[in-house]
Design a protein around this ligand. Structure first.
Ligand SMILES: O=C(O)C(=O)C[C@]1(C(=O)O)C=C[C@@H](O)C=C1
Length: 176
């Protein structure tokens, strides 16, 4: 039987995995925007804006702001892992470094659109969280498919797995 939110394109978990991969791909552009400019990978003020607006949108949609915030924390950490990995690569192999620098503000507009879609997909995947172990299996399958379809390298597929770790419910919420 189909769960709520299931469509011909697949489950909301599939959408979460796909959108997360697209959000991670922006990490390449952000890394290129910052490369050689002295701008640090970490921008705590921007992170706060991303987290606050994701939580606020979740609330408006009747979804769980706390869980949404955890998911976005993981998304941001994964994005930074990609940026750091690429900066390391470009430092060690300067011939692979980008010669064009996208504008950070432009990339952030794309990130904002992906954030909105991701908040919705996380909200739509709420029914799956009722059975966390099944949710984790289904999500891992989706992430594997997305990795293959997009031919993700090790850096990006590892980051994708990290970006998804709270989607089926945080393990932390059961601790203590
Ligand atoms: O917007 C940036 O500058 C990014 O590096 C992207 C991002 C994010 O994933 O949203 C990641 C790290 C920064 O600390 C802030 C935001």
């Amino acid at each position: 039987a189909a769960l709520p939110g299931e469509t011909a394109q697949g489950s909301p978990l599939r959408s979460v995995a796909e959108l997360s991969a697209r959000r991670l791909a922006t990490g390449d552009l952000v890394a290129a925007a910052k490369w050689g400019t002295g701008s640090p990978v970490d921008d705590p003020a921007r992170e706060r804006r991303v987290l606050d607006s994701a939580a606020e949108r979740a609330g408006e949609l009747g979804a769980d702001p706390r869980l949404t915030r955890l998911v976005f924390r993981d998304q941001i950490e994964a994005n930074k892992a990609v940026q750091r990995g690429l900066h390391r690569l470009w430092r060690d192999h300067p011939s692979e470094a980008p010669t064009e620098h996208p504008r950070l503000d432009d990339v952030r507009k794309d990130v904002d659109r992906l954030n909105e879609a991701l908040v919705r997909a996380v909200a739509d995947s709420a029914p799956y969280r009722r059975a966390a172990p099944l949710c984790r299996v289904a999500l891992a399958v989706s992430a594997g498919r997305v990795s293959r379809e997009r031919s993700l390298d090790e850096l990006h597929s590892t980051a994708l797995a990290g970006s998804l770790k709270s989607v089926c419910g945080s393990r932390r919420q059961h601790a203590g």
